[in-house]
Design a protein around this ligand. Structure first.
Ligand code: FES
Length: 432
């Protein structure tokens, strides 16, 4: 199951760590967030090293849909119910700034970047769109309500113009060359300011954890305040051009964008470790809407979800010093990574950044999702079924479509033979 992106990019290769090192900033994780941090620190003249357990771009970045947009579904109606308008406005500003910054970078790199409009659409719940338009207006956005969308059913949408789409791995190919990176170097633990890896020790005056799900369990309570979701994509030949990027307002709905002559149809998502639609759900939609289309690629993404819908970027926890984190981008990791890298660069340089408060990882945890996470974890821990997850011992669930074991607690995944595929687990699963 190779994504369209990994099949059509050729990322540079970096050496393994061969000796102990020292650096001003150590970045752990070679996905979009980690690489953008490295790129911005390189531009700022800061000494840094990035270590990646496998190969750069091989995780979530290679399995995204490659949309660069500040519009993330019906987000602002919900955020305004939970947060003061000023904070929500800053969230919107951080996203729009990230779109602008990332689009500017993309224009310098051959990554098939195209400026496109983004739409959140609904087939019948027009009222929800109207409420979202009002909420967005309160935070400074001006979405336009549009009918007659070029979708295979009747729908209306809220349009945000001047967003973008690109090839995420061609982009990484462009920014990674010349950066100080070690691949196939897994950080096993942190001891003070030193990362102990399987290839040697690295002392970093400051350390950024950009490992998708933060791998240190004892700090920050990320295993309580995050869960993960799977979502699925088909790349179709012989389907329509949709001239924009679309996400359905309903949770678990469909998404659309084109890449060249292909249509990327997304959806079928579910909490990792729970039942869900998967590719079969999408294939049923293809039968219905694009019966003449041919499936060229299929892949799935794994996303970290926070309690309140906003990412965690900043100091790792109250009890740690010079340790930072970037995680919880929901399904919007391209703009989320850009916003995170800019904020973390400023934190490393001890410069003020207006969005530090919005993304502060130590913000209050008392949200309804905390109860859902606690319930899922308790239920799974009390289930007497093997195999068990090596992260914190929850019972694993078989995903028949992906032939993988999944953990409903925090989303670790394992191959049929037990090899760890997705963190926070950092060990292979035992079959019995
Ligand atoms: Fe935490 Fe499985 S991922 S117990």
């Amino acid at each position: 199951m190779e994504s369209l992106w990994s099949a059509t990019a050729s990322l540079p290769v970096f050496p393994r760590l061969e000796a102990d090192k020292r650096t001003d900033v150590l970045i752990i994780g070679g996905g979009m967030a980690g690489l953008l941090c490295a790129y911005l620190l390189e531009q700022a003249g800061v000494s840094y090293l990035l270590v990646e357990a496998g190969e750069i771009g091989a995780g979530v970045t290679g399995n995204t849909t490659g949309k660069i947009t500040a519009q993330h579904g019906l987000e602002y109606t919900r955020l305004l119910k939970e947060f003061p308008v000023e904070l929500v406005r800053q969230h919107w500003q951080a996203q729009t700034q990230a779109v602008e910054d990332l689009s500017r970078l993309c224009r310098k790199i051959p990554c098939d970047f195209q400026e496109k409009d983004a739409f959140v659409f609904a087939r019948d719940n027009l009222e929800a769109l109207e409420k979202e338009a009002l909420a967005m207006a309160k935070v400074g956005a001006a979405p336009e309500l549009v009918s007659d969308l070029p979708l295979p059913f009747v729908a209306q949408g809220l349009k945000i113009p001047h967003q973008g789409q690109f090839h995420p791995l061609k982009f990484l190919e462009g920014i990674a060359r010349g950066l100080h990176i070690y691949e196939h170097t897994r950080v096993l633990e942190l001891s003070g300011n030193t990362a102990v890896t399987d290839r040697g020790d690295i002392r970093g005056e400051k350390i950024i954890v950009a490992t998708h799900f933060p791998f240190l369990n004892r700090r920050g309570a990320y295993f309580l305040k995050m869960y993960q979701q799977r979502s699925y994509v088909l790349a179709l030949e012989g389907a329509a051009q949709v001239e924009g990027m679309y996400i359905e307002a309903e949770p678990g709905g469909l998404s659309f964008r084109n890449y060249g002559n292909l249509l990327l149809l997304g959806g079928g998502g579910h909490r990792t470790g729970k039942a869900g639609g998967g590719w079969e759900y999408l294939r049923q939609k293809v039968q219905r809407y694009y019966p003449a289309a041919r499936e060229c690629y299929h892949w799935a993404a794994q996303d970290c979800m926070t309690l309140d819908g906003m990412a965690y970027v900043g100091p790792y926890s109250r009890g740690t010093r010079n340790l930072y984190v970037a995680t919880g981008f929901h399904k919007w990791g391209m703009t989320g990574s850009m916003a995170a890298a800019t904020l973390l660069r400023d934190m490393v340089l001890e410069k003020e950044n207006p969005y530090a408060r919005v993304f502060a990882p130590d913000r209050p945890m008392l949200r309804p999702q905390l109860g859902v996470n606690a319930w899922e974890a308790t239920r799974s821990l009390l289930t007497f079924r093997t195999p068990r997850c090596p992260h914190l011992g929850c019972s694993l669930v078989w995903n028949p479509q992906e032939h993988a074991w999944e953990c409903p607690c925090h989303g670790s995944r394992f191959s049929q033979s037990g090899k760890v595929l997705d963190n926070p687990a950092n060990k292979n699963m035992k079959k019995k």
